[in-house]
Design a protein around this ligand. Sequence first.
Ligand SMILES: C[S@@+](CC[C@H](N)C(=O)[O-])C[C@H]1O[C@@H](n2cnc3c(N)ncnc32)[C@H](O)[C@@H]1O
Length: 214
Amino acid sequence: MDNRLTLRDRPVDVHTASEPGRQTPGVSAPPELPDIVRRALDVSRSQGFVSATRHETGRLLATLAAMRRGTLAELGTGCGVGAAWLSSGADSQVRIVTAEVDPRLADLARDVFTDDQRVEVYAGDWTALEQFAPFSLLFVDVREVKRGSVDVIADLMEPGGVVVLDDFTPSTQWPPTYHGRVDEMRERWLTDERFTAVDVMVTDDASVVLAARR
Ligand SMILES: C[S@@+](CC[C@H](N)C(=O)[O-])C[C@H]1O[C@@H](n2cnc3c(N)ncnc32)[C@H](O)[C@@H]1O
């Protein structure tokens, strides 16, 4: 009897590691990262910046970016990981603008994109990006904006434009809950009449809200 396993039969660990030492429960993804993402991650790590966009959200950002044209934006650059994912998927003709309130981080992120003319990093409050609206895709990665700025954000989006909000904890209930309380921020985004929205799990412990402007 031939006991060799075919590729199809081969037992696989569904908790595939995306890189040595890191687990991505419930998600199948190739372990390689785009060079630009790796560069931004290296800067993040060198700075001890722990809030960088995780790979699962990043892959979603890259995929959405590949579907969009026009102006893509990010609020809260950090060291550039989210913008790197956006740039890795985006068409050559798009513009990508991102704002970081910490000028030191903004400088570091700007260095990451010196070879990519599509990406512009602004040092300052996120509202500095309003001049570039309407947005085709907007990654909101500043907590206060997620919490309180649905009206402002709705006015910045082009029809069909997609807002991405990450770092939610998966919830199977309605309304969504977080730590035993109603997650009013998520509920607000999922029910606002100006958007068609969905809460998408990107891994066992994280979900992302996608809100498309009507
Ligand atoms: C979650 S981190 C962003 C991570 C980043 N998107 C990445 O992928 O690495 C949030 C960032 O928003 C920045 N921030 C906070 N308030 C801001 C504001 N009002 N305008 C612009 N950036 C802000 C913080 O300094 C921090 O770097």
